[in-house]
Design a protein around this ligand. Structure first.
Ligand code: PEP
Length: 254
């Protein structure tokens, strides 16, 4: 059985105090999360340690960073390395988010470097792929996503690849209120799995592939019910504990 994961990307939101309150509200509602569902929170860097202290020895939720450096420790002012994140301790790092690609010029080569360093540092990457609207409208979405996969994940060796979580996030659905239909999500997720199977065979069957893009309590159940959708990467709705927990609760109980 594949892992089921609901991850919340808080982006550049909340003060430390607000973030701690949000984490506390999530922790106090963990009984709403069906057994077998891994919850992950990805607050800003500054919040990671205090939230790790609140999580303590619990397995759920896991803790993710939203980015890591493309270098090892050293003279790189302003950067945060994967080994620093692992020492928080974080278990995951989001890489390849469209906002990082769009606003910070992160190329597939940079993302490959980051993924390798994340894995070396002991973190599991949550690697995002997805097309902008114009590419979907010109029917180039499979081509875009396959090149993101080919140039990054397909360069890993199988032992590295087995730790990766993929997130399909159509850029036109991120923060726009427009969600992909469950059919569009399933079609792309099945494509991603089949594409990865060409390089990694059976391993692709156990790769968690999350959907991201305006996922909310009202649409999560239908999206999560799709065969190749293993959960969600949630932006806006992860900033309200009640909505985030409701989304996690949308998985049919085993
Ligand atoms: C995201 O940024 O990863 C995301 C899915 O955002 P939203 O849920 O707000 O569309």
């Amino acid at each position: 059985m594949r892992e089921k994961i609901v991850a919340g990307n808080w982006k550049m939101n909340t003060s430390i105090q607000e973030g701690k309150h949000l984490a506390e509200d999530i922790l106090s509602g963990l009984d709403r999360v069906p057994e077998g569902v891994t919850l992950i929170v990805a607050p800003p860097f500054t919040h990671l340690f205090p939230i790790a202290c609140l999580i303590g020895a619990r397995k759920n939720p896991g803790l993710a960073a939203q980015n890591c450096a493309d270098r090892n420790n050293g003279a790189f002012t302003g950067e945060v390395s994967s080994s620093m994140l692992a020492s928080v301790p974080c278990q995951y790092v989001i890489l390849g988010h469209s906002e990082r690609r769009q606003y910070y010029g992160e190329t597939n080569q940079i993302l490959l470097d980051k993924i390798k360093l994340a894995l070396d540092g002991g973190l599991r990457p949550i690697f995002c792929v997805g097309e902008v609207l114009s590419k979907r409208e010109s029917n180039l979405h499979f081509q875009i996503v396959s090149s993101q996969l080919r140039e990054v994940l397909c360069q890993l060796d199988p032992d590295e690849f087995r730790k990766v979580i993929v997130a399909y996030e159509p850029v036109w659905a991120i923060g726009t209120g427009k969600t992909a239909t469950s059919g569009q999500a399933q079609e792309m997720h099945a494509f991603i799995r089949a594409f990865l199977a060409e390089s990694f065979g059976e391993l692709a069957e156990s790769t968690p592939i999350l959907y991201g893009g305006s996922c909310k309590p009202s649409n999560a159940a239908e999206i999560f019910a799709q065969r190749d959708v293993d959960g969600g990467l949630i932006g806006g709705a992860s900033l309200k504990a009640d909505d985030f927990l409701a989304i996690a609760g949308s998985f049919a109980r085993p």
